[in-house]
Design a protein around this ligand. Structure first.
Ligand code: BES
Ligand code: MN
Ligand code: ZN
Length: 492
């Protein structure tokens, strides 16, 4: 589907569906909705609002078929004006597009620039939200279905006559296309079966799709770089581990340098500490952090900020086998710190220990890791918010705020020293895990031991990366969480 903006009246675009909106409680539509109302003999005010009792509650949708033409006016409720946010535009648009797809014969949609009228939001932001929502709304993972969810919608047009608003909105559409596709590509990677997506194919994907210089290191090279912790996790698999380094360098001198590190366990069986079936079922999603990093790099390659960005992934599979790493093994990580393996299922942090150490050697100004790291984080925050921690409160707060603007929720978890008590080992510098209590924070403390002094943010997306039931955008399975926030945080 193509999203475009046209400098035309909504009435002059020939489409199958015309999308307008109403705030809650409005009886006499103004703005573009008012124009459409007038054009069609006050059907919106007299019929939809008065007779059909359309209230304008957020997410309410009314489809008004026009008698003489093969056209539908779709009226969407924006909710109360005081609670209105740009973020709602994205979710609403996704919902609208889904709704239109279910009509079957809709090829072309024309929409009002929600939010840029009475609500007075920035037209660029509104257009970006609509575009992201429209792209998200057409997402489905049906590559393995013999009957595809064929999406007939070919064009989604935003109509805007005001020159200033049009110009700003055009930029918003451009950004929205980049971000929306980044999110959908992340979802595709997460949803892909691990039988096809393993370290080598993930690395190949990065080479072909990151849009930036991408170097892939094989096992021998990883060994040379001293990443024994990473290698230990992957040693039980028939698939060779791959270390992926993507680099974006701006044309101008970089204002800052950032490394983003994604957990890239292409399947987490738990290793010899095997997971029970119900926990293992969705563990192809254990590379959601890596997927977010690859897609973010691709978006960055197009948005071209004056920031140097490194995308780093230590990709491997955590499997039980005769060659698998074992509880009680002691491994010397890249930094020289020794790790006693207490539980082979706490593998993400072991791979990240080396990936973070590698990132720190790049002499960046900050490091952000994103990982489906702990079930404990999922227990704490559910599927509603991702956990965030780190060694730099200011940057954590900055990230939370930026993410909020990108429509994602992060909740800071504590990193009190005591959470590290359970990690004390009799035979090594640290154990990889201690107990179940405070598990998300303990994992954070573990990671912190592999960073010397670079400002660092750790994001735990165990609960938010993959959903069993649909979210506000109507998406289940891989969500693409983190992508919008990372892009916004890097480009702001
Ligand atoms: N990949 C899992 C964490 C996870 C759990 C992600 C649920 C998504 C949904 C991670 O590698 C893991 O197994 N963590 C263990 C750690 C424990 C052994 C200390 C956990 O959380 O149970
Ligand atoms: Mn695990
Ligand atoms: Zn894992």
């Amino acid at each position: 589907m193509q999203v475009k903006i046209e400098k035309k009246s909504i009435l002059d675009v020939n489409a199958d569906v015309i999308i307008v909106n109403l705030f809650e409680g409005v009886k006499n539509p103004a703005g573009v909705t008012g124009i459409v109302n007038k054009e069609y003999k006050n059907l919106i005010s007299e019929y939809v609002i008065k007779k059909e009792k359309f209230t304008g509650k957020y997410g309410e949708i009314y489809k008004l078929p026009l008698p003489d033409k093969e056209k539908i006016i779709l009226i969407a409720g924006l909710g109360s004006q005081k609670d209105f946010t740009a973020d709602k535009i994205r979710n609403l648009t996704a919902k609208i597009v889904r709704n239109c797809s279910s009509l079957g014969n809709v090829k072309k949609i024309v929409s009002i620039l929600h939010g840029a009228g009475i609500a007075g939001l920035c037209p660029q932001l509104c257009a970006q939200m609509i575009t992201e929502g429209a792209i998200s709304g057409t997402y489905s993972f049906d590559k393995y279905k013999s009957v595809k969810n064929e999406i007939k919608i070919k064009e989604f047009i935003i109509a805007e006559t005001d020159n200033e608003k049009y110009k700003k909105a055009k930029k918003g559409v451009e950004t929205g296309i980049i971000v929306g596709n980044a999110v959908n590509n992340t979802r595709n990677l997460i949803n892909e079966s691990s039988q096809y997506l393993y370290p080598e194919t993930l690395a190949q994907y990065a080479v072909e799709n990151s849009g930036v210089k991408t170097t892939v290191y094989n096992k021998a090279h990883i060994k040379k770089m001293g990443m024994n912790a990473f290698l230990a996790v992957g040693q039980g698999s028939v698939h060779e581990p791959k270390f992926i380094h993507m680099e974006y360098k701006p044309e101008k001198k970089a204002k800052r340098k950032i490394a983003i590190v994604g957990k890239g366990i292409t399947f987490d069986a738990g290793g010899l500490d095997l997971k029970p079936p119900s926990s293992m079922l969705t563990m192809r999603d254990d590379m959601s952090g890596a997927a977010a990093v690859i897609s973010t790099m691709n978006a960055i390659s197009q948005l071209k900020p004056d920031v140097e960005v490194h995308g780093i992934i230590a990709a491997c599979e955590n499997m039980p086998s005769g060659s698998a790493y074992k509880p009680g093994d002691v491994i010397i990580a890249k930094t020289g710190r020794s790790i006693e393996i207490d539980n082979t299922d706490a593998e993400g942090r072991v791979t990240l220990a080396d990936a973070l150490a590698y990132a720190e050697e790049l002499k960046v100004d900050e490091i952000i890791d994103i990982a489906t790291l702990t079930g404990a984080c999922m227990v704490a925050l559910g599927t509603v918010a991702s956990g965030i921690m780190g060694n730099n409160d200011k940057k954590i707060q900055e990230f939370i705020q930026t993410a909020k603007e990108a429509g994602e929720r992060y909740w800071q978890l504590p990193m009190y020293e005591e959470y590290g008590d359970t990690l004390k080992s009799d035979i090594a510098d640290t154990k990889n895990t201690g107990g179940r209590m405070g598990g998300a924070s303990a994992a954070g403390i573990f990671l912190s031991k592999f960073i010397k002094n670079t400002p660092w943010i750790h994001i735990d997306i165990a609960g938010t990366a993959f959903l069993e039931t649909k979210n506000d955008e109507g998406i289940k399975g891989g969500i693409g969480v983190g992508v919008r926030s990372l892009i916004k945080y890097i480009t702001k």
